[in-house]
Design a protein around this ligand. Structure first.
Ligand code: FES
Length: 273
C-alpha cells in the first residue's frame, strides 16, 4: 500500500498527488511511468511519474479525471492509501547531446512534459517550453515550467491567456525564426502530435513523441499497447513510451485508441460514490 502525502488541485479536473514510494523514486528517470490500482478490483491506470525526490522517497503523479477510475483516484485524499503501484516502467528519454530543445504539451500532456523539461534543463540544454489548453484555468504547471525553461510560451484556444490559438502555431513561428533547434518533444492529444511530426519533418528536425496508448499489463505480454513504428510492431509499455515521431503510424494509433470508445463512454458515466 502506498500512502498519499499531499493532494493538490491544479485545474478543475486535473489533480496532483504526492505518494510515498521510495523504491520507485530511487530508480525513476524522466520518461518512465507507473501503473497503479486504486483498490483491489481497480482498473490498472498508467501514469507518467511527473516528479520524484530520491532523498525523501516521494513521487508525484498528475492526472486528468477522464473516466471512472481516474475520478476514483481524484476522490482520494491525503492519508489515503493506493492499493499498488508498479514501476518505474518503460524507457527513459536519452537527454545528452542536445543544445536547444523545444518541448510542447497540450492539456494534461503538460504533466507528462514537465519531467522532460526539467531533465533537459538540468543537462544544460537551452529549453523552450510551449504549453496550451482550451482556456486559462486549464493551464497547469506554469511556475514549474518557468523554473526549468529559458523561455515559456502559452496558448489558449479561446485567447483568455497567452497566444490565441494552438501550440503548433507557436512552434511554426519558432521553426521559421530559429535555425538552431536540434530536438522537438511533443506530448498531448494524438492529432496534435501528428501535426507536430508533419511540421518538423519539413524542417528535418529530430522529434520525439510520448504515446498514450491503452495499456493493461505494462510488461509486453497483453499486446494492448501495440503501435507501428518505422513499419515494425512495437509495444509502448516496453519499447516506449517515447518514439521517433517521424516513424509513428498515427492513423493506426488513432484507430486503436477509438476501438474501445463505446465501453469507455459507458464507464465514463458510471457514478463515483
Ligand atoms: Fe500489455 Fe503493453 S500494456 S503489452
Amino acid at each position: 500500500m502506498y500512502e498519499i502525502l499531499e493532494k493538490e488541485v491544479l485545474a478543475p479536473t486535473i489533480k496532483k498527488l504526492k505518494v510515498k514510494a521510495p523504491l520507485i523514486a530511487k530508480k525513476t528517470e524522466p520518461g518512465n511511468f507507473i501503473i497503479l490500482r486504486v483498490d483491489e478490483k481497480g482498473e490498472r491506470i498508467p501514469l507518467t511519474v511527473a516528479d520524484y525526490e530520491r532523498e525523501t522517497g516521494i513521487i508525484s503523479i498528475i492526472f486528468q479525471e477522464v473516466g471512472y477510475s481516474t475520478k476514483l483516484l481524484g476522490k482520494m485524499d491525503k492519508g489515503d492509501y493506493i492499493q499498488d503501484i508498479v514501476g518505474p516502467l518503460g524507457h527513459h528519454i536519452e537527454m545528452e547531446g542536445y543544445n536547444k530543445v523545444v518541448l510542447l504539451g497540450g492539456g494534461s500532456g503538460t504533466a507528462l512534459l514537465y519531467p522532460k523539461v526539467r531533465g533537459f534543463y538540468e543537462q544544460g540544454a537551452e529549453v523552450i517550453s510551449i504549453t496550451g489548453a482550451r482556456t486559462k484555468n486549464l493551464i497547469i504547471l506554469e511556475d514549474e515550467l518557468n523554473e526549468y525553461s529559458d523561455r515559456v510560451y502559452i496558448a489558449t484556444d479561446d485567447g483568455s491567456y497567452g497566444h490565441h490559438g494552438f501550440v503548433t502555431e507557436i512552434l511554426k513561428d519558432l521553426l521559421e525564426e530559429e535555425d538552431d533547434i536540434d530536438l522537438v518533444v511533443a506530448i498531448g492529444p494524438v492529432p496534435m502530435m501528428k501535426a507536430v511530426a508533419d511540421m518538423t519533418e519539413e524542417y528535418g528536425i529530430e522529434t520525439i513523441v510520448s504515446l498514450n496508448t491503452i495499456m493493461v499489463d505494462g510488461t509486453g505480454m497483453c499486446g494492448a499497447c501495440r503501435v507501428t513504428v518505422g513499419g515494425e510492431r512495437k509495444f509502448t509499455c516496453v519499447d516506449g513510451p517515447a518514439f521517433d515521431a517521424h516513424q509513428v503510424d498515427f492513423e493506426e494509433l488513432m484507430n486503436r485508441l477509438n476501438f474501445y470508445q463505446n465501453e469507455e463512454d459507458l464507464v465514463h458515466y458510471k457514478e463515483v460514490e
